[in-house]
Structures are given as structure tokens and as C-alpha cells.
Design a binder for this molecule. Sequence first.
Ligand code: BES
Ligand code: MN
Ligand code: MN
Length: 463
Amino acid sequence: MLEDVLKTIDGRRDQSIALLKEFLSIPSVSAQPDHKPDMQRCAQWLADQFRFAAMDVAVMPTKGTFDKLSAGHPAVVAKNKHQPGRPTILLYGHYDVQPPEPLEQWKTGPFEPTIRDGAIYARGAADDKGQVWAHVEAIMAWQAHGGPPINLTVIIEGEEEIGSDNLGAFFKEHRDALRADLAVISDTNQFAKGLPAITYGLRGLCYAEVFITGPSHDLHSGLFGGAVVNPANFLCEIVASLHDDKGRVTIPGFYDDVVALTETERAMWRRLPFSEDEFAKGVGLKKGTGEEGYSSIERKWARPTCDVNGITTGYQGPGAKTIIPSTASMKISMRLVPDQDPEKIQVAFEKTIRAKCGDQVQVKFVWHGASKPVLVPIDSRPMQFAAEAVEQGFGVKPTMMREGGSIPVVGLIKQALGIDTLLVGFGLPDDRVHSPNEKFDLDSLYKGTRSAAVLYQKLSQLK
Ligand code: BES
Ligand code: MN
Ligand code: MN
């Protein structure tokens, strides 16, 4: 049976790419209010694909008002015919994408999917539409041969890139409909081209906006400069003080709950085919930098960070304008590792910044969706099945890796549904997710589709 399914996948390669192109041409940017109708359209388009595959589908709104913090973009939920006695697998993905800006840096339009050098270029190609598509194709192929031997509940949401703020409540509300034995997500990477991977750890995330106000209005920098606080200078001083000269974060208590890397894990990672030079070169740098005493892989996968993502202050137009700005703000992300707790880190951060501000400036915080760090055991049966499926799909044994990115839903699934997640990702580290010219290799699409099809069969042995 699996042989027939794989043959169907082989025979549908062109069709699969054509449909992925349709998917990628819908600008489902969850963060931008103008795209609200596109979010609906994308959810409906996806629902149609599941309908064509003879699945039961619902496009379900989440409960969120459409403002910056929570959006209410619908989730698509699809099920095959569930049969008693079979394990139930919750397959998660997201159809929303990051904003495409800066537009002028794209070689072809972000929503005009184009094939170059064996890859498809578009916003969302790897994150996460292409990976979702691999699963949809695998499901379609199985459905053409009597259906996969598992109970599948698929949920593809539209708010991942804005923090999945409403998904926890959604899971609780629909707990019975979503009940499963295990979750599967393809929203991560392979280690390198030709070296697929299973991910067993993710960093968590704490994301703050900090607003600092000094004088009540912008002031002439000659008439007032030097005699009043400058919020722009002040903010930069705060930022500069957040790290010491060893690259460590100075927020008191920041490292309290950090689990130290074991020598076993470090040794395992040292054996991975990774070049510090290539890593730096790949992003246009001479060398990597970060916390002293750690390799780049260790820094990215297992050490926490505090990074400014954006600063807004003062005059931004052409030419000079001599002012002391009244306000300065920044967006700042902290990547967290086991066992750091986003809530505790949030409190520590606020306390530290407030203390630095004293009575010189006013400060306000807005917190965006937090995400818990994730670490799953690598010797479980589902892990074994995933490794076998990927080996069969890619023709290469996968390696075990951790990742520096975050997927908020993994923690929510554990909390609301009480189950673990298998992270089987098909992206490549140079896919430029969140950057201009994002791509997804067509080879990854094909091999990912095969891996997914095999995985469904392997997982049928769970019960
Ligand atoms: N798929 C990514 C995360 C990712 C990418 C993990 C590659 C591992 C390898 C996800 O869509 C993402 O971008 N997550 C955000 C979370 C945030 C918006 C709450 C992140 O990590 O910044
Ligand atoms: Mn993603
Ligand atoms: Mn993303």
C-alpha cells in the first residue's frame, strides 16, 4: 500500500508544485491589517484542498480582536475518517507568513512564486507553506489509496507569526475535537543540504516593546541639548548595559534556571559537519560573535539571548533636523532555553529596566506572545519512527538537532492537550525564512512529502 502511495506522490510532482504556487501567491501576512481578507481567502483555499481530498473540514475563527496583540485569523481543521483503535495524530502547521518587507530586495515578487535553480522563491515558501504542502500532498496520496492508517486531525493556523496568542484558548475550547496521542509539526529545518534532521529542542521567546518618554515634546538640540535627558541616548545606554564584556546578559537572575549543556551533548554537536567560517560567510560576516566559551551552534541552540529587533526615535526624514527627541522605543527579543520561564524573565526584565530609568524618564512596556523553551527525549518510540520515516523519504539517516527558533504552539499543545510533539522539519538553513528571497528546495518538498507519507504509516504502530 505504501508503495502505491509513494508512486502517486512521484506521479504528482508537477501538480504538487503548481498547487504550492497557488498557495504561495495568497499574501497571508497575519501581522498586517490590510491583509485580513487574504487571511480568509488563504484559509478557504486550504480548506478546499482538504475537501478535494475527501476530508471533513472546518474553517474556525479564533477569539481575538483585530489589533496588534491578537488577531482572530481563522484556523483550518481537517480530519480523515477516524476509526476506533487507531492512534490519533494532531498535525499542526501555519498558513500565515511574515511581512515581506523590504520589498526592493526581492529578485521576484514575494507573492509571485518563481522557480530558480531547483527552488521555489516566495514569502512563506519554507516557513511554513511549503512544509504544510508536503503534508497535504502526502495526505492526498494516502486518500487516493483508502486513507492513511491513522486518525489524522490537521490544524493549520493563521496566527503563528504573531505569537499564537489565541491558540491556547482555542485548544481548550475544542479540546474534545482536538484530542490526540501525539502531535507532529513540520516547521523546522534540516541540518544542511543532504543531511535531514529531527529537532528535539527549541528556544523559547519573550518579546517586549519598551517605550521611553523624556521631555513632553521634541526640543531644539541647541537650545536644550546637554541640559535635559535625551531619550534616544538614554535608550542606547540601556541597551549597551544589557551585556557584559563576556557577551553575557546582565539582567539579574537571567541565568538562574538555565540548564547547563552536558559534555555528551557538546561532544555530539562537535561531530556535526559545521564550519564556523562558512556560517559567518553565509550571512556576509568575517566571524560569529556571542557569549564567551561557546561555539556558534551552542550559542544558537542552547544559550539564551537578549537582542534588539528595532529602535524608533527622533527624526527619520531626509537631511538634518536638530532635535532632542521626546520619545524613544525599542522592540527586544529574549530567546530562552530550558528551564527558563518566560513569565519570570518578563518580571526580571521589567524590574531591571525600571531601575535603570529611575525618575529620569517614563517607561512603558508592551509584551507580545511568549513561548516556552522545548526539550523532548530523543529515545522515544515516536522519535524512532520519525527517524525511520525521514531516512526512507530522504535516503539518508537524519541527525538529531536543536534549533534556536521558537514555535509557541508546542508548549500550548503540551499544556492544553497533554501530549508531546514530534518536530520533523524539511527547511534548509539557507532558506532565508523571514528575509527577502525566501525559498524552499523542490527536492525538500518531494522528499518531505515522501517522509510524511511514510511517517503516517510508522505512527500507526503507536497503539
Ligand atoms: N518556523 C519558525 C521557527 C523556526 C524556524 C524554528 C526554523 C526552527 C527552525 C516560526 O514560524 C517562527 O518564526 N517563530 C517565531 C515565533 C514568534 C513569532 C512567536 C520566532 O521564532 O521568532
Ligand atoms: Mn514557521
Ligand atoms: Mn516564522
